[in-house]
Design a protein. Sequence first.
Length: 446
Amino acid sequence: MTLVLPGSAQLAAGNKTIGRIALRIWAGLAGLVVLVVLITLAWHGFALWLGLNATLLSLIRITLMILAVAWAALFFDAWRLGEPLTLRQGQRLTVVGVNGVLCLSVAGTLLFGAHVVGVQRDFIVTTFGSGKVSDAEDGRYNVLLLGGDSGKGRWGLRPDSLTVASIDAETGKTVLVGLPRNMANFEFADGSVMDEQFPDGFDCDGCLLNGVSTWALDNKELFGDSKTPGIDATVSAVEGITDLKISYWAMVNLEGFKELVDAVGGVTLNVRDKIPVGLPHEDFFHYIEPGKKKLNGFDALWFARAREGSDDYSRMARQKCVMNALLTQVSPQTAVRNFEKIMKATSGMLSTNLPASELARFIDLAGKAKEQKMSTVSLVPPTINTADPDIDKIHDMVEDAIDRAEGKKDEKAKPKKKPKSTTGGSIGSRDEGYAANQADDLGAAC
């Protein structure tokens, strides 16, 4: 009786007041759950809001813990009301065993649920803030994705990977704009701190795109009270290069990326050419052989970062293939099964200025993006000379890629000259191009 209707045993043979209170609480909670389910069926965003509201998650966690203790107490009281001492020894042992299993199972499930809710809440509180909400620019959110090495004080220091994800605010249709880290002689966004310091562009000796952050950190007094001068400077550089207003940024710790891939059970990639893992003198050195391979976190990170036998532009193409694979291959079932591992890995690999209040919106957009083709445009040779980039041409390339993704491309327009040949996502050359760097369907290119 206590398992099915908590309080009914007390109402039948014990303290009727406690029984009525327990049954009313149970009925109220059951009704609330039914109501939530009905609202969720009508509006899927409601479930996201529930799961991403830190205050509400704290309330749910406390409620589950109280329910676990109260339900366990009702089980023990029901056992007492059953007058076990009037039973034979074998019957008493059976009753104790059954009651103990039921009590521990129910209380344990509720306490585990409270733990999972706590993990979710801690992830949201520690990773996301309550900063300024940015509106979509021309109907799109432009999110700068930065990849950097882990280590004390190294957030934002010489980012290893720079990609803008331009996301349609309604459909989730996404265009990845890849920026080479060795780009030089570019201008910054008008009116930015970096624009004031470099009005003629970032033309100092040895100054490259991935060095903007370092320069800003060395001159952080210019950025006032900013806690992320390196990222602020990099954002102004990316805005100047692409002519896209950056809505938010996210910095990914590439070492923590390994844990994320392992947490979701690995990622399957189409390896078109053998990729070295490590350097020849290292004891773990080996090759990822060509073919369709399911890689663990360690090998997936090397697939995305290896330059031995290739170059930065090939690596950029492979990184986009990894992004596409993670988006399309991680199912809701996988996320639920590995929830705690994913939360732990993500909290250690991600830093962002995306407010917690915007999480539901972007998770919804991610779900829409998962069902569509992702396209890419990369500012790499032979189309772009990274040492002396044609910024107007870059602006046209980015605008053209977004127009094609949105179906606005004029079909009668004269087609642009394509590279001599386009190879797979993980191989190619400066002269031939890389399929994953310039693609209307990233999944097919990879």
